[in-house]
Design a protein around this ligand. Structure first.
Ligand code: AMP
Ligand code: MG
Length: 417
């Protein structure tokens, strides 16, 4: 009689005889297999927020475009000041204000009223703050000691005409639109928005808003992943729930491959009887790799369906979300024209302790407390979707065994960056 195996009671222990691909290797393979082929279109800077630049952009003007005043005050030529500690200068009749320059030349030994943003008139190279001056209608009195060019903004000090202000692949942020505008740019070339299809699989799934009957469960992954895609600035394509049936899944993938640049599926990627996604991808798609050594979410399929990349994510909502951040984020950033971007991470102090086993990279639902230290969700159960909502990010523990003590430094990936 065959002997019973030892009891391990750890669903994340890596079964023997199976090759588990480390996360970094899986990421590397994914990266090597992807190709970005998005079309390019032109948009006005005003409509360019969130779009991805398809070219390096050079300024066509200087910023500031002319030397102007950084303050409200009085301008003069420093070299023409009389000697002494306390000085008096006669005031010229006239002023320079923003958009209303003084067009004459300020004579040596005179000061002129000048306001913030106003062009510095000829004959002026230095500006004194109005708070540092006692003024009468005709004169100003002040202490000497200013440096030449004080309180002026020289032409091009911020942006030089002809210089690259933003690089190809940049996802445009609000401030970037200000930079483009200041660099004289009115329109930019951007990549077409990446279309990301999401389909969930499982006989047990019912639509969000339905009351799950016996042995059913509401599809949590689709609303979650579609929103995540939207948050990243891509176009989500909702392909609905597909039951655990190879023919129907195949039809759905055929449809998805026509309408999307990348397909995310959830569920059915283990090696169980009803795991049709993995079976199908193995038979009919170019399955790159699956069974990745991470927790939560070890079964994961990376494949191509009609040349469209498919990420077969685990069904478990926590695992699906973690794998979305770990794999879909860099894949989508690459395909969208931003280059391969792995989630931004920072090193923070752990406010928790944990004994971690060897052989898998672990992602703990975490958030920073008011000291900026990472605390982790009370349960590691990968069905505990509430922990995802509780967390603001993930603590990443690498492949090796390790004991994390409170106060140790750990890697933290914030969801919002
Ligand atoms: P699977 O990866 O298909 O073996 O599913 C793993 C677990 O996740 C099972 O308990 C499923 O019922 C659950 N699950 C699968 N898909 C979803 C989904 N879209 N929303 C919520 N739970 C799911
Ligand atoms: Mg399933």
């Amino acid at each position: 009689m065959t002997k019973a195996p030892p009891l391990r009671d750890d669903c994340f222990v890596m079964p023997r005889g199976v090759v588990w691909t480390p996360v970094d290797e899986a990421l590397n393979r994914l990266r090597m297999s992807l190709e970005s082929v998005l079309a390019v279109s032109e948009v006005s800077v005003t409509n360019a927020f969130g779009r991805i630049l398809a070219h390096d952009v050079r300024a066509i003007v200087n910023h500031p475009p002319f030397m102007n005043s950084a303050v409200d005050g009085y301008g003069f030529a420093l070299d023409t000041l009389p000697k002494g500690d306390e000085l008096t200068l006669p005031l010229l009749d006239g002023r320079s204000a923003a958009g209303q320059p003084y067009n004459g030349k300020v004579p040596a030994g005179y000061a002129i009223r000048i306001l913030t943003g106003a062009a510095v008139p000829l004959g002026v190279d230095t500006i004194i703050l109005e708070e540092d001056v006692n003024d009468t209608k005709t004169h100003i009195h002040f202490h000497s000691g200013l440096k030449q060019n004080a309180n002026t903004r020289p032409i091009g000090e911020d942006i030089l005409s002809g210089s690259i202000i933003l690089h190809k692949g940049r996802k445009l942020r609000p401030a970037d639109l200000g930079v483009l505008a200041s660099g004289g740019i009115g329109r930019v070339k951007v990549y077409k928005k990446l279309r990301v299809a999401v389909l969930t699989t499982g006989d047990e799934l019912v639509e969000v808003g339905s009351i799950a009957q016996n042995s059913q469960i509401v599809d949590a992954n689709r609303p979650m992943l579609l929103a995540q895609i939207k948050k990243w600035g891509y176009v989500p394509i909702d392909l609905g729930i597909v039951v655990d049936n190879t023919i129907l899944i195949e039809e759905a993938l055929n449809h998805a491959a026509k309408s999307a640049d990348i397909i995310l599926t959830t569920g059915g990627v283990s090696a169980g009887d009803e795991d049709h996604i993995s079976k199908l991808l193995m038979q009919k798609a170019d399955l790159q790799t699956w069974r990745i050594a991470l927790k939560p979410g070890r079964p994961l399929a990376l494949a191509f369906w009609d040349n469209v990349p498919v990420l077969g994510l685990p069904g478990n909502p926590v695992a699906a979300m973690v794998c979305t951040h770990v794999f879909a984020y860099p894949a989508c950033s690459f395909l969208s024209g931003q280059g391969w971007l792995e989630p931004f991470s920072v090193r923070v102090v752990a406010a928790f302790s944990k004994n971690k086993k060897i052989g898998r990279q672990e992602y703990l639902r975490a958030r920073l407390n008011t000291d900026g230290h990472a605390e982790v969700f009370k349960s590691e159960g990968s069905g505990r979707i509430s922990g995802l909502s509780w967390s603001d990010g993930l603590v990443v523990l690498s492949h090796d065994a390790q004991k994390v003590n409170q106060g140790d430094i750990v890697k933290y990936i914030p969801f919002d960056i």
